[in-house]
Each structure stands twice: as structure tokens, then as C-alpha cells.
Design a protein around this ligand. Structure first.
Ligand code: KMH
Ligand code: ZN
Length: 275
């Protein structure tokens, strides 16, 4: 089986310090969390950033500070900024981090209910984001919150707006989108185009079961505070690295080897040098 790529979604846009006091927010905290997660086994850092008040922002200066701090601390993992940002942001706001020319960035593949809100990703927005990434040779991670989202990505591929290699992230358990279950995970994986690689992320209490099933199925795993703030029922996670370490232990138990950042770049066909 292919080596396991672990993504650490270290901060997110929705989680607050009062939900988990160990949530990293500033550039230095994000860099420290990224380095710890990488040392634990993560090869991708999915990145959201916050302003001085801890509010989600997509401004380049905050991404740049986090990128610089990560580089300075010696992070070698793929840094994957979000272009999803937070619900309610305009497309112009959301797309800003591509200007930093990262190796990867997320591309959300459809409008979904997101709790009580609506996360808008219509096809015209998706085309714009895909074209911006294709122009800069940034590998999009195709975020799918529901089965139909996969077909939107396939549509973009038909329109030649995506690279040869497709990489999906199947996010299961966002309230209002596809609930997390093993059956739904299998269903989504079966819909993926031939040759695509995929990561799965379970929200909340589903983070661990989705990770375990994904390890066995040959997919890649995303964990971290963006999706889940608990280590176990009622026990807050101490760090993103703690959540990554558990995935590494479980993978080791079933002889699934962990991909280094370099190996992850190979698996994902990323050959863009680090800027
Ligand atoms: N914060 C969510 C509304 C992404 O990073 O591309 C969207 C999100 C997806 O987190
Ligand atoms: Zn995100």
C-alpha cells in the first residue's frame, strides 16, 4: 500500500481558544504547532490564519507571517493554505493566499450547508479558483463535503481547469453536509476518478474512526484542531501533534508506513520547488 500522508489541520476558521486553550493562533504558535506535527509524522500542514483578535482572515500578510515563521523554524512539510476561509467571505478575500505561490491550496468543490450557515462554492467561483491555481501550478486539494461535490470536480477536469493528477479531501460529518459513516466513506471513494489520490477527514468524534478506516483502505488521513478538538470523549487534545501521533501509532500497528514530506510530494506529483 502507498505510504500514508498525514495532513494536520492545525487551526481552522471556526474553533476558538475557549473551545480548546491549546489552539495555535499567532504566526509563531502556528509554526510551532506545524513543526511539532511534522515531527510527529505530518507531511502536509493545512493552514488557516487569524488576525490579532483571533478572527479568521485571508489577508496575505497573515499567511506570509505564518509561512515565514514556519520556514524559519525548519518546517519542511507541504504548507497548504485554505482558500475556503470562513463562511461569508467574498471570493476575492478567499483567493488571496494563492499569491504566495504555495505548492498546494484547497479548492472547495460545491455549495453546502455548513451548520446553520451556507458555504458558497458555485461553479463560477470554482472555475476562477481552479484557473488561478492552474496558472501558478499550485496543486489543488479538492475538498468534497458531499458526494455531488466530486462531480463538480470532474466537471472542472473536463474543462481542463485541473492538473493531470487529482487529489481529493473527503470531509465527512460537517453538520448539513454528508454525515460521517463507513458506508458514506466507501460510497464517496467509489465515485473518485481512476488514479486520483484521496485524504479523508472526519469531523468531531468521527475523526478517529474515519482515520482508522482510511488507513486500512489505502487513503490518506487528515486530523487536527480544525476538525476536532478532543483526544477522547470529554478530554481536550493537548496539541495537533498528539492527534498526529495517534494516527502514526495505529498505522504502524497495521504496517502502513508514513510518508515523509518528500515522499508526499512524490505521491501527489508535486514538483514545484519550495519558493
Ligand atoms: N472554514 C470552512 C468554511 C477549506 O479550508 O478550504 C471552509 C474550510 C475549507 O475550512
Ligand atoms: Zn480548512
Amino acid at each position: 500500500m502507498e505510504k500514508l500522508i498525514i495532513s494536520a489541520a492545525i487551526c481552522g476558521a471556526e474553533v476558538r481558544r475557549k473551545d480548546n486553550p491549546n489552539l495555535p493562533l499567532t504566526a509563531n504558535e502556528l509554526a510551532k504547532a506545524a513543526l511539532e506535527a511534522e515531527k510527529a509524522g505530518a507531511s502536509i500542514i493545512h493552514l488557516h490564519v487569524r488576525d490579532e483578535k483571533g478572527r479568521p482572515t485571508q489577508q496575505i500578510k497573515y499567511f506570509k507571517s505564518a509561512f515565514d515563521a514556519m520556514k524559519e523554524m525548519g518546517v519542511t512539510a507541504i504548507i497548504q493554505p485554505s482558500t475556503g476561509g470562513a463562511v461569508g467571505m467574498s471570493w476575492e478575500e478567499r483567493l488571496q493566499p494563492v499569491e504566495l505561490n504555495p505548492e498546494m491550496a484547497t479548492l472547495d468543490c460545491g455549495t453546502v450547508n455548513f451548520g446553520d450557515e451556507i458555504f458558497v462554492n458555485d461553479l463560477s467561483l470554482m472555475r476562477r479558483f481552479a484557473a488561478a491555481m492552474e496558472e501558478r501550478k499550485i496543486l489543488p486539494e479538492l475538498e468534497c463535503f458531499d458526494a455531488g461535490n466530486i462531480f463538480n470536480a470532474i466537471q472542472l477536469k473536463k474543462e481542463r481547469l485541473l492538473p493531470d493528477h487529482l487529489h481529493f479531501n473527503l470531509v465527512l460529518g460537517v453538520p448539513g453536509a454528508l454525515p460521517a459513516s463507513v458506508k458514506n466513506l466507501l460510497f464517496m471513494v467509489e465515485l473518485l476518478p481512476e488514479g486520483a489520490t484521496w485524504t479523508a477527514a472526519g469531523i468531531g468524534q468521527w475523526q478517529l474512526p474515519v482515520a482508522i478506516h482510511t488507513i486500512l483502505m489505502g487513503g490518506h488521513v487528515r486530523v487536527g484542531f480544525e476538525d476536532n478538538i478532543y483526544y477522547s470523549k470529554g478530554v481536550k487534545a493537548e496539541s495537533n501533534a498528539q492527534l498526529v501521533s495517534r494516527v502514526v501509532r495505529i498505522a504502524n500497528e497495521v504496517s502502513r508506513k508514513i510518508a515523509s514530506p518528500l515522499e508526499a510530494r512524490k505521491i501527489l506529483n508535486i514538483n514545484k520547488g519550495r519558493e
